[in-house]
Design a protein around this ligand. Sequence first.
Ligand code: 9WN
Length: 455
Amino acid sequence: MSGDTDEQLWQLAVTTLADNWWHDHTVPSRTLYPYQWSWDAGFIAVGLAHVAPARAWHDLRTLFHAQWADGRVPHIVFDDRNAPGDPYFPGPEFWRSNDVPEASPRATSGIVQPPVHAVAVWEVYRRAGRVGDPAARQAARERAVEELRWFYPRLLAQQRYLIGARDFAGSGLACLVHPWESGQDNSPSWDDALAAVPADLTLLRRYRRRDLMVSHRSHRPTDTDYARYIHIARAYRSLGYGDRAPRERYPFLVECPAFNTLLAAAELALADIATVVGADPRPHRRRAQQVTDALVDRLFSPETGMFHARDVATDERSHKRAVGGLLPMVLPTLPHTYVTSLVTEACSPRFGLAEQMRLPLPSYDRTAPDLDPERYWRGPVWINMNWLLWRGLCHHGQGALAAALHEAMLDTVRHAGCYENFHAITGAGIGTAEFSWTAALALDLLVRGPAGDGD
Ligand code: 9WN
């Protein structure tokens, strides 16, 4: 594929999403990720809202049907209708969620992912009732209000779990117990914290990495990283996925700027949802501000002008400059001076945001000696992070930069296709070729236009 028109891109994205639909949910990819993933479902719903709104609601409901009694929304929801042969590792027999009383009856993983769902629910609601005759529009709007009523208590429980049980440091921020919870699995942001985790490669002999059967080794996390991921997941599993054990029982405890930004953004979306369902929006706005303040206190570095992960075990901040550290820019609650600082950093050669730009922002500092331009979250461009940053730029009145980023995202996908991610320097497609959130967010970009104010 090269140089598709917008119409061709639209068609490709619609087909990608249709092909990735499986019974009652959309999979991120038929080959690499054949189940439902949590934050993927949020991004996917944003795109489906434009072409198949009923499916968007259905998809999100499937995810929340698997919510645990303690409020956590698991990062993977498995499906026993998949062909036998265990197409993903670690699968249901690794996580063993059915042994945990709070878990949902449907097999899931035991960890979470960034809470993008309140924002997604609000986006799907906002789009409702825009097509069809007046009666159809009215019916869609009424259904959307019903959906908000169904989701509101569930989203509240999700927030309560993250802001309550996961505040290991008592800092007002949610803490990750596994790098997979960040959605930015092998980001250099975790390197310092991971260095203390044993990398027992014999573990990998016991299990088999299914990802390497369908993807290039040079694109995926290394075996050393994977051995650590398995060690951390087994440790958490041995605690019954509980969050009250002494801190030293958790091999990885990190406060992530992107995750906590999305936690605050969820409170702002909940404030909007509350006004429709007749609840009080003020506690949500208050919590959004509290999380924003804690982000600034704990994770902002005056030296680099951006945000960084904090290892709760050592109380040290990482020095690596990863794209997640720019994400607080999406928050309307972030004071102007920090927004300015983030825009300045985004515009540095490290990330390359500019009114004339070819490629969107990479996942990691393009000038860093350890940049790995094709390895997952250690360099490549990801559309979801750029889409979030674009929303932030639009919100904070950075119209020209937002428009340039909008064009760079669409151009990358037009040229390469709906890939999972893109080479940090050449823009070539990497990973799986039919990736749902790339397709979904391309649809949103096409509909909304450069300034985000389109239909
Ligand atoms: C582990 C599904 C997920 C995304 C993550 C991405 C990747 C899984 C993996 O795929 O993670 O959860 O096997 O590498 O890093 O962001 O949600 O698309």
